[in-house]
Design a protein around this ligand. Sequence first.
Ligand code: SF4
Length: 203
Amino acid sequence: MALWDNINSLETLQRLCERCRDCSLAMTRQTVVFGEGNPSAKIFLLGEAPGAQEDACGRPFAGRAGEVLDLLLAGAGLTRQDVFITGSVKCRPPKNRNPYRGELAACRPWLEKQLALIKPEIVVCLGLVAVQNILDPKAKLAEVRGRWFEGPGYWIYPTYHPAAVLRSTVKAELPAADLKSVAGALSKMQPGLRPYPRPASSG
Ligand code: SF4
């Protein structure tokens, strides 16, 4: 679509996204959580969907899972200013349920345009919803976590959602090690060269 092609800044995209009513989540949301961070980030963190706190304040990972994420990033020598963080859908599903396939599909163009504008080297999928949204709708997190997959212009790297650490379903050491691997792989990549050198631990 010509109008879509003419969007050449994240600010413009965000303004349009904040008016989006392309799926039923628009009826129950308080705020569109577009995402935030470095507009030239090499690492793009893809989560699931806004929760209650994110919906209220309009920022991704604003609650306790966000505190865990901040700690995981710090352990890898990163801050939120180094990365871009967003969700697979930008509006909160009622009662924090997982987004439905149709909602993910409706929201996908916003994600694709974010990726096209930011041009990250690595997309880190935080949890199964993100993995199934961008890598493979039938993927199992246990089988893909910590492996590298080649995406269209970027690497895809699945790991656990920080909320899994809060629920104690995974130990913090696992996503912490994953984010360190991501930071280490990024330091060895050569920006602008295609194909990228394959990270050492490729699956
Ligand atoms: S979730 Fe995405 S597609 Fe649905 S209304 Fe919000 S921004 Fe639009």
